[in-house]
Design a protein around this ligand. Structure first.
Ligand SMILES: Nc1ncnc2c1ncn2[C@@H]1O[C@H](COP(=O)(O)OP(=O)(O)OP(=O)(O)O)[C@@H](O)[C@H]1O
Ligand SMILES: [Mg+2]
Length: 208
């Protein structure tokens, strides 16, 4: 659809922050006010984004969350809503479906932990995407949950060594991010200004 951007947030490792990035991206894009934003949640059984929304109470979110099981569900939601931005929050582990989704996405975000155990399979996933004919420029890594800025920097350099784009800001580990999520708040809404600023840098870089 013309003027519709499809974002896929995917990864080969569970629990690194795919839903955190999807939810924050939805919040960030909704604030930009370019048009309707939806998250297609394909995280069957967990429905993390939907759960976070329910934890917010009456606080407005600015975007919709639609539970989807199949590619067809996502396609239908994209057409039905006519959304300007469609964000797909990927399942815990990448699969054939992930590669299919990647082919129809305009932008792919791979959140990854900073250690080799997360970086290696995620770089492998990105290479699988290249083999499917997806352009390298469509894929951006974001480093999540690093314990220190030095860990985040080292992970950033590893991604660059593999010739993939990595945003120059990371969402380093902070219990406040987790606590905010437990209240249904995005990482852009934590009570701490420094953490909010950091999250803004991340989403600013991802949407550049
Ligand atoms: N930078 C961070 N610091 C602290 N906690 C974080 C950070 N990023 C994410 N979390 C927390 O880590 C947990 C897992 O994050 P999230 O659900 O986004 O991962 P996921 O990749 O979507 O997981 P799954 O693979 O199960 O779908 C959540 O409780 C989230 O709030
Ligand atoms: Mg998730």
């Amino acid at each position: 659809m013309a003027d519709q951007t499809v974002w896929l947030v995917a990864g080969q490792k569970g629990g690194v922050g795919k839903s955190t990035i999807s939810y924050g991206l939805g919040y960030y894009l909704a604030k930009l006010d370019q048009g309707k934003v939806i998250i297609c949640d394909i995280d069957f059984g967990q429905w993390t984004c939907d759960l976070w929304k329910s934890l917010r109470g009456d606080k407005p979110l600015g975007f919709d969350i639609i539970k989807c099981n199949t590619l067809e569900d996502i396609g239908k939601a994209a057409v039905r809503t006519g959304a300007r931005h469609v964000i797909i929050d990927g399942a815990p582990h990448a699969s054939k479906q992930t590669l299919e989704l990647a082919k129809s996405a305009d932008r792919i975000i791979i959140p990854t932990g900073p250690g080799i155990a997360a970086l290696s399979p995620n770089v492998g996933l990105a290479n699988n995407m290249l083999e499917e004919g997806i352009s390298r420029n469509h894929i951006a890594f974001v480093i999540m949950q690093a314990g220190t800025p030095a860990d985040a920097k080292s992970a950033y350099e590893t991604v660059k060594e593999h010739d993939f784009l990595c945003v120059p800001a990371s969402l380093n580990f902070s219990t406040a991010y987790g606590q905010s999520a437990d209240r249904g708040l995005s990482v852009l809404e934590t009570p701490f200004v420094g953490l909010r600023k950091q999250a803004k840098l991340v989403f600013g870089a991802l949407t550049k």
